[in-house]
Design a protein. Structure first.
Ligand code: GAL
Length: 844
């Protein structure tokens, strides 16, 4: 089927709009997809989902587009392909309901063939409903946040996501591949079809290998062609060498039994192009996870699906930027917490080299929130899981499937053990090449009332669980899992290895600040294949779960509660918006926590931070997902000669710190809990310069410097690129810094700022990384946070100039010009953002 991107010019309205309402209601506004109907709304202290949603309210959103369906398609199949739509969606055409979908993250296809009027303009209307509060534990966004494709092709066609290529073996200079192509025959007679698969290197049309067969597909049925195909001298895919191939599947309908024998003439053909990579995966307790026969430890981070200022909108550029930055600090894996990611993210991981722990669900039948997916799980899980696996199974970056996260059924309630096995089996039938996992946590929930009584005591033990009840209770739940995901239970690795010597374990979710003393364990234990932090990138919702406080009185309730009091059960108060627990903030700035992790993973840079003198000598209390409140700052006006703490992260043996050129000490880097690879220095604050130098074998390895800056004097724009494609999908990220006269970022420069965009792009997002804000990221008004902010420009569909103007209180405004050049639909040399399927743009 040809996939035509129809993301431009939709009419967006709020509320539910039926056919009658369409005539009477407001005219709506024109938007381009992907679009998030929630991110531009105001946050409210009274939002029903409170901190879960980051105080966004949600509601009903409605999208309409008028599409010309050509007369020439009259004998074809026509449909709409969604990569996900948030959520409880109905799809209408010309007023007739043709499809619906509950789960907001699963891809789905709606067949329109019997409902479209060929040779006419057809009205497509989609209603989305995120108002069944509380429907998620985090910010979901709302609407058509992953775009829409219009598909058409002959009646004997390749089913959407119906091509699958897997690597059976790589040896003797060949990759032995197995391809399957699923073909639907929507005619009323049995047909024969010639099915061919050809392999080219990605970006080339030279066919390296080709193979095929003829099969019969009965009327109204789907039939699979299994085709063996070999590839000489394959370039294998891994994160360091993200070599990609494309498979071109071609299906020619060659008639019925009788006509086929008389003449083997093609009546019609369908074509589908799919990216894939050649690589093998195995996992065992002796050699761990092996990619292409080499053992790999996963340096992982959990990611939610939102893109910060853009809300839930997923665009290749935003996802690729994230992946590139994560790679820079040593990540080689992400976990798509806790749902199917966008196709754009998966493609970015394929192209740039990042392993994915690809997750299906956060809830099964037992709810975590009253309005969540648990309501639909019983009826929908198989359909949604299947669509997800089929979409992602060609992607080499996907190396582990996960059936869920912290599923309450882990204790066996709600027939949980049987469901767990059923889900794993369903995946294996669709793809037998990847291990299946599930992120299992301790039993703070998930047991019946009687068993629950004993659990809280065990949980409170500082040694973790005091007996093996967790293992006993969850063992049947792990049936079908090739890798058991341990959420926050590193203490159990060695003990559980004694109990289950063949079990492959993964730290599927862990506390960010603990990586220093947890990672050596991952390296030492062959059966533990990696560690995923919660989280790698900050996200909207679950607001304020990462916090640190500095308290004088040891009897203070926060100290007494060991940090739990910082996380009230009602959630962090308004206007907390982001989780504040990540290695990167929502703008993509590396946080001290991320610097620390990179050092633990081998980065030889020195990182110097300070703790505000106000906190000196106080008791540090953190939430489980918190990190010390250190910053890369040496601006403490009014605190001159007061004691201050300096914190250095370093992989070296020793660190020395100089304040205004004078050494204040040289000491070995601490290698003990709670923070190996760090050193602390206490001194008195004196404005000027502070420097930390790392030494190994007595020689300097690296250094870091902080200076006291002057007052805010200028605005500096840092565009990440100067040109973009006029394809409606490209983004230009522009960093904004408030600097002094010397060009130093003023870390306390918190000024009111404004942004305006004119020309062929729009301001898609504007704001700061402040996790606590009432900002509307779409209105061009914000406040810099620690001297920084960000503007994100999104291209329209016409070529030309774009001007961004930024102003700040008391400073001269600045502007920057950009150029939107190649228009994707006219430019055959361009790499399309999605090579999944044959994508084109609709000329109208
Ligand atoms: C975990 C959960 C995550 C997130 C995290 C922080 O237990 O799996 O989704 O909620 O806690 O609160």
């Amino acid at each position: 089927m040809e996939n035509i991107c129809i993301d431009d010019k939709w009419i967006f309205r709020r509320g539910f709009v039926d056919s009658l309402g369409m005539l009477n209601e407001d005219p709506g506004v024109e938007v381009n997809l992907p679009h998030d109907g929630m991110i531009g709304t105001e946050v409210e202290a009274a939002a029903p989902a409170k901190s879960d949603s980051g105080y966004f309210v949600g509601g009903l959103t409605n999208y309409t587009k008028y599409v010309d369906i050509p007369k020439e398609w009259e004998n074809e199949s026509v449909g709409l392909k969604f990569d996900g739509a948030m959520m409880n969606v109905t799809v209408d055409i010309n007023g007739c309901k043709v499809g619906s979908q509950h789960y907001g993250y699963a891809p789905f296809y709606v067949d329109l063939t019997d409902y479209v009027t060929f040779g006419e303009t057809n009205r497509i209307t989609i209603n989305c409903n995120t108002s069944m509060y509380v429907n998620s534990r985090w910010y979901t966004g709302s609407g058509l946040y992953r775009g829409v494709m219009l598909c058409h092709g002959p009646k004997v066609n390749i089913v959407p996501d119906g091509v699958f290529v897997r690597t059976k073996e790589v040896s003797d200079g060949y990759a032995f591949l197995e391809a399957e192509v699923e073909i639907r025959n929507s005619t009323t007679e049995n047909r024969l079809a010639k099915v061919t698969v050809s392999i080219c290197e990605e970006g080339s049309d030279d066919v390296l290998s080709s193979s095929g067969r003829v099969i019969q597909i009965n009327a109204g049925k789907v039939q699979k062609a299994d085709i063996a195909i070999n590839l000489k001298d394959p370039k294998l895919w891994d994160v360091e060498h993200p070599n990609l191939y494309k498979v071109i599947a071609r299906v020619e309908s060659i008639g019925t039994y009788r006509t086929h024998i008389i003449s083997e003439k093609a009546e019609a053909f369908d074509i589908s192009e799919t990216l894939f990579g050649v690589r093998t995966i195995t996992a065992d307790a002796l050699r761990g996870l092996r990619i292409n026969g080499e053992t790999v430890k996963l340096k992982g981070g959990c990611l939610h699906h939102d893109n910060g200022l853009l809300g839930a909108v997923s665009l290749y550029e935003a996802e690729a930027r994230k992946v590139k930055k994560l790679k820079e600090t040593g990540f080689n894996a992400i976990r798509t917490a806790h749902n199917p990611p966008s196709a754009a993210l998966v493609e970015a991981c394929d192209r740039l080299g990042m392993y994915i722990f690809d997750e299906a669900f956060d809830a099964w039948g037992i709810a975590k929130r009253g309005g969540d997916y648990s309501q639909f799980f019983d009826n929908d899980w198989e359909k949604d899981l299947t669509a997800f696996i089929r979409r992602d199974r060609n992607h080499p970056s996907v190396i582990i499937w996960s059936t869920g996260n912290e599923i309450p059924e882990r204790g066996g309630l709600n027939d949980g053990y049987a469901i767990a096995t059923k889900l794993a089996d369903t995946i294996k039938k669709l793809d037998g090449t990847r291990p299946v996992s599930n992120g299992i946590c301790s039993l703070w929930s998930g047991l019946d009332d009687e068993l629950m009584k004993g659990q809280s005591q065990m949980q409170n033990s500082s040694e973790g669980l005091i007996n093996t009840s967790w293992e006993t209770i969850t063992e049947p739940f792990t049936n079908g899992l090739d890798i058991v995901g341990y959420n926050y239970m590193e203490e159990l690795y060695e003990r559980d290895h004694e109990l289950f010597p063949e079990r492959v374990m993964l730290g599927s979710e862990n506390f960010p600040k603990e990586i220093g003393f947890r990672w050596p364990l991952v390296e030492r234990l062959p059966y533990v294949i990696g560690d995923f932090t919660w989280t790698a990138w900050d996200y909207l919702g679950e607001a304020g779960i990462g916090k640190a406080a500095y308290i004088e009185d040891e009897n203070d309730p926060v100290v007494k509660s060991n940090g739990w009091a910082l996380m009230p059960s009602a959630g962090s108060p308004y206007p907390w918006r982001c989780a504040n627990d990540a290695d990167y903030d929502i703008l993509g700035h590396l946080m001290p926590q991320g610097a620390y992790r990179s050092v633990v993973w081998g980065n030889e840079k020195t990182y110097l931070f300070t703790l505000h003198p106000e906190y000196f000598g106080k008791i540090e209390v953190m939430t489980m997902w918190g990190f010390p409140a250190i910053t890369p700052t040496w601006n403490y006006k009014g605190w001159e000669n007061k004691p201050v703490r300096l914190v250095v992260f370093s992989k070296a043996e020793e660190v020395e710190v100089f304040v205004n050129g004078k050494s204040i000490g040289r000491k070995p880097v601490n290698m003990e809990r709670p923070m190996p690879n760090s050193a602390y220095f206490d001194t008195e604050y004196a404005p000027g310069k502070v420097e930390a130098v790392s030494y190994a074998g007595g020689k300097e390895v690296s250094r870091d410097i902080l200076v006291t800056t002057g007052e805010p004097a200028r605005i500096r724009l840092i565009p990440e690129k100067k040109t973009a494609k006029a394809d409606g999908h490209d983004l230009i990220y522009v960093g904004i810094e408030i600097t002094d006269n010397e060009g130093n970022v003023v870390p306390c420069g918190e000024l009111k700022i404004n942004a305006e965009v004119s020309g062929c792009a729009v301001l898609a997002g504007f704001g700061s990384g402040n996790p606590k804000t009432e900002d509307n990221y779409t209105d061009g008004e914000s406040e810099s946070f620690r001297g920084r902010a960000m503007a994100i420009l999104r291209s329209g569909y016409s070529k030309g100039k774009v001007i961004l103007k930024v102003s700040a209180d008391g400073l001269d405004s600045v502007q920057e010009d950009f150029e939107l050049d190649s228009q994707y639909k006219n430019d055959s040399d361009d790499i399309p953002q999605f090579t999944i399927g044959n994508m084109a743009y609709l000329d109208q």
